[in-house]
Ligand binder design. Sequence first.
Ligand SMILES: [Zn+2]
Length: 69
Amino acid sequence: MDLASVLILLIVMGAAAFFITRFMGGPRLICTRCDGTGHVDEKWADPSKPGGWHKLEGKCPKCKGKGKV
Ligand SMILES: [Zn+2]
């Protein structure tokens, strides 16, 4: 088996794994912002906001509280 065949095989396997997890009821991606909890508690310096702080507590705006995206 030459290098091109190995690469094609890897791509096919990667695509198959992607579609299996996507369409066969595999685990969905957990929200990276709230780590799957659906709730966020964020505070960091943000000079563009009044008071100089960005604050966010409660429902995660990225996944809308579901914990998954
Ligand atoms: Zn989230």
